[in-house]
Design a protein around this ligand. Structure first.
Ligand code: CNA
Length: 345
């Protein structure tokens, strides 16, 4: 475990001792894509391997984040579905870090995990739904954007895998079928607002595997009461973690770090037992999502005719103009998934 200095090592020893002694018992975890990368699911922003690096090959997109933006999806859904076809090719299993969060829950010290992830691996690790606030929704259900008719996952996957864009077949509808995940520009689940008060009563906040670049989650760590320790487990520094005297930065691979924490807590065997139960199983295919996404993006690009590229160029120009206009009147509404980097577009 890499800590910035000796005092951080002392802080983490103190925090784990307090958990063992029962004086820390309301832990809130704020998680992001980094907790799933060792399971083969790339994050957004890691250079070269992150999803944005992959989709920046889609030169037709006005900017990589457009693929997850609802306004872009409404008129140009093909790139999103090409990406999704890659995602659908494999079954992912929880990582050691998911097992660690599940361990906190089983030990009775987890209050809530706020996850930005849409992969559903917290549930797969056995954390009960009422202790998971899936801020950006999760894959596993989908419906028509217009008439809201739900589609079964089986039907949805079969249409997407066949290369079609799934559309509603109710009379006169023809709406796009979209997973119930929150795209940029869409409102967050209604229960998000109510759930954030939990941060104020937490006695420990652990932020894992997130760059804290997407709002409103980026603002959650600052809701912790003064004096409450905030621990960042991530490869890189993130958000305002490190600005308070009680912050502890553990800048390393999250699976390694949680194993060390489990050692300090005396819970290593329990962690490995959960991991054995929920992690990769004998006979699993190797998770190679990165290859799958690359392949699907390549295929998508090869299918673009000159005529279609002209249409996309039209979309690009339209969007750039639209965004320019929009930037002149950016709303202050925080209840929308906003990528801080969008503001630079
Ligand atoms: P991000 O901006 O890509 O940041 C990920 C962070 O995790 C970076 O700071 C990395 O350095 C760090 N990281 C990556 N791997 C590890 C590791 N093994 N150990 C320690 N640190 C690591 O992603 P965020 O979650 O901050 O951004 C929020 C977006 C990402 C949400 O809208 C999600 O829907 C979206 N997303 C989700 C998934 C998923 O569900 N698995 C995957 C990719 C993106």
């Amino acid at each position: 475990m890499t800590t910035s200095n000796t005092s951080e090592k002392q802080s983490i020893d103190k925090i784990t001792a307090q958990i063992k002694a029962g004086s820390i018992k309301r832990i809130v975890v704020i998680a992001g894509a980094g907790i799933s990368t060792s399971g083969g699911y790339p994050d957004f922003r890691t250079p070269n391997t992150g999803i944005y690096a992959k989709i920046s090959k889609m030169k037709l997109l006005p900017y990589p984040e457009a693929i997850f933006s609802v306004n872009y999806f409404k008129h140009t859904p093909e790139p999103f579905f090409a990406f999704l076809r890659g995602v659908m090719q494999l079954n992912f299993r929880p990582t050691v870090t998911h097992a660690f969060i599940a361990l906190l829950q089983r030990m009775g010290v987890l209050e809530m995990v706020f996850t930005q992830n849409i992969d559903g691996l917290e549930r797969a690790a056995g954390i009960p739904d009422d202790q998971v606030m899936a801020v950006h929704g999760q894959f596993g259900s989908q419906r028509c954007m217009l008439c809201k008719t739900a589609w079964s996952t089986e039907r949805f996957e079969s249409v997407v895998k066949s290369g079609q864009v799934p559309r509603c077949d109710n009379a006169d509808c023809n709406g796009l079928i979209k997973p119930d995940t929150v795209m940029f520009g869409e409102p967050l689940p209604p229960k998000f607002d109510k759930s954030t008060d939990i941060l104020k009563v937490a006695d420990l906040v652990i932020v894992i595997g997130t760059s804290l670049k997407v709002h409103p989650v980026a603002g959650l760590p600052s809701l912790a009461a003064p004096g409450v320790p905030r621990v960042l487990i991530n490869r890189d520094a993130a958000g305002d973690l490190g600005t308070r005297p009680d912050d502890v930065l553990l800048l390393n691979d999250c699976d390694d770090t949680v194993r060390t924490l489990a050692d300090l807590l005396g819970w290593r065997k329990e962690l490995e037992d959960i991991w054995k139960e929920v992690g990769p199983q004998p006979g699993d295919k190797n998770p190679v999502l990165e290859d799958a996404i690359d392949k699907e993006i390549e295929k998508f690009l090869n299918e673009q005719t000159e005529e279609r590229q002209l249409v996309y160029q039209g979309h690009k120009t339209f969007l750039e103009k639209h965004l320019q206009d929009k930037m002149l009147r950016v709303p202050s509404d925080a209840d929308v998934q906003v990528n801080t980097e969008d503001r630079k577009v």
